[in-house]
Design a protein around this ligand. Structure first.
Ligand SMILES: Cc1cc2nc3c(=O)[nH]c(=O)nc-3n(C[C@H](O)[C@H](O)[C@H](O)COP(=O)(O)O)c2cc1C
Length: 274
């Protein structure tokens, strides 16, 4: 019987969505009869829909890395699934700064939900905050990132097909939950949500409909600061270009002291574990 794969991704600013589309294309080249169903679970409403786990043989999940893990909303969505011992793989896109505990944490979550994780990958992509004055990994992904993706896709597909039921081994990066939570909270403390600042717009409502966190009120042109995850999806996609964010360069200078910012792009590589 032909294999049926679900390719599911959360991608506020499309880096992960583009990588998902690349994976879909490459899977089709590996096996013309394979069925791949794509699910974009970025917006709040899409995550309320039911996923028919039983319909699929295996799963690819794609997430950006936010504060060293998959975004909290994506983690919460995964925790609603019943994996039924199905094989899966996770690919991350990230701004080349630090993958932190992303791989280890997602393995823990997926195994708790009853999935069998066969591989994980991290792909270097331009940083979301380049839209506000950063200049991090601005030419990524490049050819060598896609070459690594090709290997990852081929080997993962082979593992999906094989009788071998061994899960991927991920080293414990030994980062405490307290530190991870603080990082997540710090982003909300230092960055303000996008806002229209009272200016008029066409009220197309895209910012509200597409918001991953159900945080934006298109009539007011403001987001609920507690709910907003600072993904800047609304700012980047606004057809009227009316939403505003702060200059993020001072934040860059703040983080530059503690994170891998400002390094030469050619020294940071995509990677996968299998
Ligand atoms: C709130 C937030 C937190 C982020 N945290 C990290 C991080 O910890 N490490 C990193 O390298 N990149 C980080 N990034 C950059 C994104 O992971 C990267 O740009 C990703 O490819 C965006 O994916 P998307 O376009 O699918 O939304 C962060 C971006 C945002 C918006």
């Amino acid at each position: 019987m032909d294999m049926k794969i679900a390719l599911i991704y959360f991608s506020p600013t499309n880096n992960t969505a583009n990588m998902a589309k690349y994976i879909k294309e490459k899977l089709a080249n590996l096996d013309k009869n394979m069925l791949v169903d794509e699910f974009n679970i970025t917006s709040h409403s899409k995550r309320q829909q039911n996923l028919e786990i039983d319909q699929y043989d295996a799963f690819f999940f794609g997430f950006p890395i936010y504060a060293w893990r998959a975004p909290k909303l994506a983690r919460a969505w995964l925790q609603t699934l019943d994996g039924r011992n199905k094989k899966c793989s996770v690919f991350f896109t990230y701004g080349g700064v630090d993958p932190g505990a992303a791989h280890y944490n997602i393995k823990h979550i997926l195994e708790e939900q009853g999935f069998q994780l066969v591989s994980t990958a991290e792909f270097v992509c331009k940083h979301t905050y380049n839209c506000g004055g950063w200049n991090v990994m601005k030419n990524r992904p490049n050819r060598s990132d896609f070459n690594i993706a090709d290997e990852y896709i081929k080997k993962t597909y082979k593992k999906f097909l094989s009788e071998d039921n061994e899960s991927v081994h991920i080293e414990n990066p030994k980062i405490s939950e307290r530190i991870l939570l603080r990082l997540e909270q710090d982003i909300k403390k230092v960055l303000k949500p996008p806002s229209r600042k009272g200016e008029e717009c066409s009220i197309c409502r895209l910012c509200e409909i597409d918001c991953p966190a159900n945080a934006m009120d298109s009539e007011l042109g403001d987001a609920d600061s507690n709910l907003c995850i600072r993904c800047y999806r609304c700012f980047i996609n606004c057809p009227d270009k009316i939403l505003k964010i702060e200059d993020l360069y001072p934040i860059y200078l703040l983080f530059e002291k503690v994170e891998r910012l400002g390094v030469d792009e050619s020294t940071i590589f995509s990677n996968f574990f299998i």
